[in-house]
Design a protein around this ligand. Structure first.
Ligand code: SF4
Length: 230
């Protein structure tokens, strides 16, 4: 299940020094994805597996220094019950809070994790307007269900929008705003054009684009805090 581990990160868990765990496999194919090694089977097959026990020992060694654990991917929720058991182990053996990153394609699993209280903080992607999710291999109906689950714990959710212009036209943003309004914290993520899934992407993104999106959302969602990561 696990192919990557970073012992210390200052940027992956809002307000906490954390360790980051990378699961492999993803059911989406976002053109701007730069975690290609964790997404494409021919790539992740070449990476070494890290056992759950080894990762938990690494977390225990850092206890006292790290204040949280981030589980990201790929898409971690694809691991279903195995992921749930692993989070239970992390919680019981380290006592550390867990943040989970997801593309929103597993509403039932996310609901289970919310109800059980095993995950303290969620980061969920909102990649484009609902009617364009098929372009990424996704199904927005599932994402919408996940949004509905997370809306109830909006204090503990960050909704992330990657600043990739072809998927964020003004028309797209218009259709995204009603859902974004359910949340309290939006993170605008930098689009990094390095080693991306799709090769012929747009070139450098004009900084003006970031400011336009930021201003557009601020005007329509004055109550929502917008974090800029670019
Ligand atoms: S960006 Fe995330 S959801 Fe999209 S393909 Fe990459 S890992 Fe999967």
């Amino acid at each position: 299940m696990i192919k990557g581990f970073i012992g210390t990160s200052l940027v992956d868990y809002p307000g906490k020094i954390s360790s980051v765990i990378f699961t492999y496999g993803c059911n989406y194919r976002c053109p701007f994805c730069y975690n290609v090694d964790l997404v494409l089977p021919e790539r992740y097959k070449k990476l070494k597996n890290l056992s759950e026990d080894w990762v938990i020992e690494e977390l225990k060694r850092r206890k006292g220094f790290i204040k949280g654990v981030v589980i990201t991917g790929g898409e971690p929720t694809l691991w279903g019950k195995r992921l749930v058991s692993f989070i239970e182990e992390v919680r019981s053996q380290t006592g550390l809070p867990v943040k989970l990153d997801t593309n929103g394609s597993s509403p039932e699993l996310v609901e289970e994790l919310v109800i059980s209280g095993l995950v303290d903080f969620f980061a969920i992607d909102f990649k484009t307007s609902p009617d364009r999710y098929a372009e990424l291999g996704g199904d927005f109906a599932l994402v919408e269900q996940t949004f509905r689950v997370l809306k109830n714990i909006a204090d503990r959710v960050e909704i992330r929008v990657t600043m990739y212009p072809p998927l964020l036209t003004e028309k797209d943003l218009e259709k995204m705003v009603p859902y974004l309004a359910w949340f309290k914290r939006i993170a605008l993520q930098k689009f990094v054009q390095e080693n991306t899934l799709k090769k012929d992407l747009v070139g450098e993104v004009n900084p003006e684009f970031y400011h336009r999106v930021d201003a557009y959302l601020k005007e329509r969602l004055p109550e929502v805090s917008i974090v800029k990561r670019y």
